[in-house]
Design a protein. Structure first.
Length: 523
């Protein structure tokens, strides 16, 4: 058996076992409640008939109680669980039918049996995943005593044997109808629920990957924790359900370009493809941690030595991208994940290369920007992205990384405003408030100078390259101050194992399309 079938089988077995345990618990509760009501109702008329009826009623507890006890423990085989389910169902029904056979004319236990077996088969169909055929067989077997009694009663009425009256026949016919309806209803219920569950399972499978849990949602797609059918490594799958041809082209290009990058601070892409119904997806390494937006929102500004540690890693990742002719164009806290890799903590990973631009004379970027429309994140957008987006170069990423550094140090973006237009106008014209002034606390002068240099309005006034920026960061007095031991201690104490990384709600922190003539008032 292939690993994929084995893993699927394990999941289904565990789910089935949980459901059988639930069925046992619900069945035990229902039988116990009806027994209590029956005892209370017959308290004024004690006698051997009622005592025997209650004894059989109590015996009906054994099946569902055993199912609950056996299925809630250690993992069992599918065959064992199915046997427990069938035994519990049939034994419970048998006890109720015994009430019918033993006491046909006293206090109408046959009606109690009909009601009880109807409840059992319908409850089972709702709770336990089963094919319609299996449910039909079990339900029919459970109803056989009712069918047999109705048939014998009919023959007796026809021949005049046993003194069967018309009223007795009518009651048995009613019980026969109830049992038939219960069988049909439970069969249909199982068929519908089982079919829906299979559809959901199939919808969660993308090629060799099974989606397990939604991790987040960004401007261009959703991210899920996933499992590969054969490989055991943690995997995240990003997918785009439906979008315009331009979005699909951008999404496909993201994975193709990201796959070219091998730097340890860039997310690793494993695979990509399309499902038969047109869903585009790609699989990448699962990053257990939190994006920088979440990290600062929850824990506040970073100390300078830690900010340098993170920014230097991002600069190194960008240096590789720039060296092969790619610029990211959407560097922001939500697109940088802080995570652990092995025993190393505070590893920064750059993700979401959906707005990558290819540099060079043959580059075409029509799906991303036009002279009148630019796609990006207002809080972290370089001025030239607003004035000449098609001419943006690698220094655009350095501006955005400087804005990220500002956010890490102060807990606030460089520019804030009441509207997107206000923020974009500030990026074009306003002078940034120094981080130390915004924070109201000292920030090392050398680090502050690096951040403000990145935020220069003119690209020519910024560091010339990502490598040059990294060198300036590592030359700061606080560089190297954030030790591995300190990082491990922080991660162990913070409980940040999975804050999650997703697109912030604020429109100014999302990747959006901006019509320049409407948003900025720029000529």
């Amino acid at each position: 058996m292939s690993p994929s079938l084995t893993e699927r089988s394990d999941d289904e077995r565990a789910f089935l076992q949980r459901r059988v345990a639930l069925f046992g618990l619900v069945g035990t509760t229902l039988v116990a409640l009806t027994l209590g009501l029956s005892v209370a109702q017959s308290a004024s008329e004690p006698g051997p008939v009622f005592a025997a009826s209650h004894a059989l009623h109590a015996l009906g507890l054994i099946g569902p109680l055993a199912a609950w006890l056996l299925a809630r423990g250690r993992p069992r085989s599918v065959r064992f669980v199915r046997a427990v389910e069938a035994a519990a169902t049939l034994s419970c029904a048998l006890c109720f039918h015994a009430m019918t056979m033993r006491f046909p004319a006293v206090s109408r236990p046959d009606l109690v049996a009909a009601l009880a077996t109807t409840q059992i088969v319908v409850t089972r169909a709702i709770i336990i995943p089963s094919t319609g055929l299996r449910t039909a067989i079990l339900s029919t077997v459970m109803a056989l005593p009712t069918f047999a009694v109705a048939y014998v009663t009919y023959l007796s009425f026809q021949t005049g044997a046993f003194g069967v009256t018309r009223g007795w026949l009518d009651l048995q016919i009613t019980a026969f109808i109830w049992a038939s309806l219960a069988t049909a209803t439970s069969t249909l219920t199982s068929r519908v629920i089982y079919g829906l569950r299979r559809k959901v399972r199939d919808a969660q499978e993308l090629g060799q990957y099974t989606l397990l849990q939604k991790l987040g949602e960004g401007g261009m797609g959703q991210v899920f924790r996933a499992r590969h059918a054969m490989l055991r490594r943690p995997t995240a799958v990003k997918l785009l359900h439906s979008a315009s041809p331009e979005d699909l082209a951008r999404f496909e290009r993201e994975v193709q370009l990201t796959a070219q990058l091998t730097h340890p601070n860039t997310v690793t892409v494993f695979d990509y493809g399309r499902t038969p119904d047109g869903v585009f997806y790609y699989a990448m390494e699962l990053l257990d941690g939190a994006d920088l937006q979440k990290l600062v929102d929850h824990f506040g500004p970073m100390p300078p030595r830690r900010a340098i540690h993170v920014l230097a890693q991002v600069a190194a990742a960008l240096a590789e991208a720039h060296a092969v002719g790619l610029i990211h164009r959407d560097i922001k806290p939500a697109n940088i994940i802080a995570c652990t890799r092995g025993t190393t903590c505070d590893v920064a990973k750059v993700v979401d290369f959906g707005l990558v631009k290819t540099l060079g004379p043959a580059a075409t970027d029509g799906v991303i920007s036009t002279p009148d429309i630019v796609v990006g994140t207002p809080l972290y957008m370089a001025p030239e992205m607003l004035t000449a987006p098609l001419d943006a170069d690698t220094r655009t990423d350095l501006y955005s990384l400087g804005a990220v550094g500002y956010f890490l140090l102060t807990g606030t973006p460089v520019f804030v405003g009441g509207s997107i237009a206000d923020i974009l106008a500030a990026h074009l014209r306003a002078k940034p408030i120094p981080p130390s002034t915004r924070l109201g606390a000292p920030v090392p002068r050398d680090l502050e100078e690096v951040i403000l240099a990145c935020l220069a309005k003119s690209p020519a006034d910024r560091p010339p390259s990502a490598l040059a920026l990294r060198e300036r960061l590592l030359a700061c007095a606080d560089a190297g101050g954030w030790t591995e031991a300190e990082a491990r201690a922080w991660w162990a104490a913070s409980g940040v194992a999975r804050l999650g990384h997703h697109e912030p709600v604020s429109s100014t922190a999302k990747t959006i399309a901006i019509a320049l003539d409407q948003r900025t008032g720029a000529p």
